[in-house]
Design a protein around this ligand. Structure first.
Ligand code: HEC
Length: 207
């Protein structure tokens, strides 16, 4: 009775549990945020890729890449994984520590870098580059938060969450992504934005 064939393709038990946690998280969040995202009024709005293009010229929030917490790296990958199998699997290097550089467009700059209790204006776009190491010049992945119009997602601060490939040309997933909100909810007090990478000097000058 050697039926070894039905081994999980997922890989290690560890990665399976990471996936499980992500899935549970996504499910829990889905209950809370009805996904009745009717594709209302499809106007010829600029694409996310167009909005994000040239973000490297925007104000950089952390002057040097900040370390990303490894458990965050693993779980952050789960989200796009669930929707797009082409995204690298987190079990390749479970303990690889990544770095992040965050950019904000001028609409959100003052709030991002100067306010203790930020409430971001509509049109704010925050781009987080996920970098292999401190000196990496090409990001591996971009995650984006875009402040939409009032009523877009009232229960979660009206943010649209977007995952893009490192070039910023291909959108891997976007919308009211419950699996993103699931974690960003812990920063509800600061409008769902963590700002953990903000230099201490700026934090001290918060108004
Ligand atoms: C498991 C927790 C977790 C999940 C899930 C998560 N994030 Fe984050 N996110 C973080 C943390 C922690 C930071 C702070 C920077 C860092 O260490 O990566 C962050 C930072 C960000 C930032 C920079 C703005 C900020 O809040 O500081 C963006 C943009 C972002 N995440 C987008 C996303 C998107 C899009 C998704 C869903 C695909 C997502 N995140 C899912 C934990 C998470």
């Amino acid at each position: 009775m050697k039926q070894r064939k039905s081994r999980l393709q997922v890989g290690t038990a560890a990665s399976a549990s990471v996936l499980l946690v992500g899935a549970l998280c996504a499910q829990a969040a889905l209950v809370g945020h009805s996904a009745t995202g009717a594709p209302a009024a499809k106007k010829t709005a600029p694409s996310v890729a167009a909005l994000v293009a040239g973000y490297q010229q925007w104000p950089r929030v952390n002057p040097t890449p900040s370390p990303m917490r490894p458990e965050v790296a693993a779980r952050c990958l789960v989200a796009p994984l669930l929707e797009n199998a082409a995204v690298p699997s987190p079990d390749v290097e479970p303990f690889h520590s990544y770095f992040v550089t965050v950019y904000v467009n001028p609409i959100g700059q003052q709030v991002m870098m100067g306010m203790r209790r930020p409430v971001f204006p509509e049109g704010t776009i925050i781009v987080k580059e996920k970098l292999q190491d401190m000196s990496a010049t090409a990001p591996e992945l971009l995650t984006v938060m875009r402040k939409r119009e009032k009523g877009y997602d009232t229960a979660a601060g009206d943010w649209e969450y977007v995952v893009m490939d490192g070039s910023g040309r291909r959108v891997l997933s976007k919308g009211r992504q419950a699996h993103c909100v699931c974690c960003h909810e812990q920063w509800k007090q600061t409008d769902y934005v963590s700002r953990v990478y903000l230099p201490a000097a700026l934090v001290q000058q918060f108004k």
